[in-house]
Design a protein around this ligand. Structure first.
Ligand SMILES: Nc1nc2c(c(=O)[nH]1)N[C@H]1C(S)=C(S)[C@@H](COP(=O)(O)O)O[C@H]1N2
Ligand SMILES: [Mo]
Length: 330
């Protein structure tokens, strides 16, 4: 950790840091954590100090080779950048964003996800839209993209673990899709379901986790201008590690709310169960808006660190997107 200057709160002793091999060592870990009541999810969602280890590795990777797959993704032509969403911070380098991911289906090691997604196929891909809607449909991803107003938006992204990035997503506002499928009046929530393929996603072979990954939003949140369904990043189609071929981007919420590699969007009357909320409800709430004044039970949320550069910024309420969303919560 010598060449990286860590703020004091990140200088947590090695003993306090969740060992990186817990994923393979779950039984041991459970025994260890039993008394603390953190369980498996406590291991999966490491502390910021643990994430910090990944940053260090990551810095080394930055000087290294780009992933072989880079450049093989379809370029998105005629992409218009929406000037209302400029990111307001230096953009994260593409390599940094590509090589530091949360995608527990593949591994809990953030700097290795990009190497573990080899067998993932984003094509062919269908997305089912169902539940309480007038026009349920199964879309081929290409047809869906063609039917939607695709544009580019630079969004900040804030993980609950305190790392952050600024990336140019390409996609469409979720409300454009919602209008097409016409939810019934009694639909109050949207539920997102990620892919399920244990053959290629080793994390899913752990039966103690509530696979597939699911997330949810209230209908008002789903219809908000900011709620974006991304199909691309940095001007090309999404690579697997970012949630190809379709993922959610809700930049005022912690990153775990943005489900990746979605196969289904379902409209429901009652609040849907979600992956992290099911695992540790007192740490990962359904709403989970970014808020520096509400600490995570195991760490402060006052600051965040950009992947790639390591720059530290104070965390803003709603991740700085209050102009669009504060009204939802008054
Ligand atoms: N299916 C699925 N979606 C997921 C996750 C996951 O593990 N599985 N991790 C979430 C978390 S915690 C974050 S911070 C973001 C990370 O997105 P990125 O890797 O593209 O930066 O994806 C979210 N969506
Ligand atoms: Mo996250």
């Amino acid at each position: 950790m010598s060449n990286l200057i860590l703020p004091p709160e990140w200088k947590i002793s090695e003993n306090a840091v969740t060992p990186e091999n817990t994923f393979n060592n779950r039984r041991e870990f459970l025994k260890m954590m039993g008394a603390a009541g953190l369980g498996i999810a406590g291991a999966l969602y490491g502390s910021p100090a643990w994430a910090g280890t990944g940053w260090l590795d990551f810095k080394n990777l930055l000087g290294g080779k780009t992933p072989e797959k880079k450049g093989e993704y379809a370029q998105l032509d005629h992409l218009k950048r929406n000037p209302a969403f400029a990111g307001d911070r230096p953009m994260t380098e593409e390599d940094a964003a590509l090589k530091y991911n949360n995608f527990y289906e593949f591994t809990s090691e953030k700097d290795r996800v990009w190497k573990r997604v080899e067998k993932f196929q984003a094509k062919p891909w269908q997305v089912e839209i169902g539940g309480l809607v007038e026009n349920p449909a199964v879309y081929d991803i290409d047809d869906l993209v063609r039917a939607m107003p695709v544009e580019e938006r630079i969004y900040r992204h804030r993980c609950v673990e305190t790392w952050a990035m600024v990336v140019p997503w390409s996609g469409f506002p979720m409300k454009a899709l919602v209008k097409k499928v016409k939810p019934a009046d009694k639909a109050k929530y949207a539920r997102f379901v990620s892919f399920m393929k244990p053959e290629i996603a080793p994390g899913q072979r752990d039966p103690s986790l509530p696979w597939p990954y699911t997330e949810g939003l209230s209908m008002e949140e789903a219809m908000n201008e900011l709620t974006f369904l991304a199909v691309g990043v940095y001007g090309h189609a999404l690579p697997p590690q970012h949630g190809a071929p379709l993922r959610v981007a809700t930049p005022w919420k912690y990153g775990f709310k943005s489900a990746k590699s979605i196969v289904k969007i379902e409209f429901t009357e009652t609040q849907p169960a979600t992956f992290w909320n099911t695992l540790i409800p007192h740490e990962y709430k359904f709403v989970s808006n970014v808020d520096p004044d509400v600490p995570h039970p195991r760490w402060s949320q006052k600051k965040e660190r950009m992947i790639g550069t390591g720059d530290v910024y104070p965390t803003q309420k709603y991740n700085g997107y209050g102009k669009w969303v504060a009204g939802l919560y008054e």
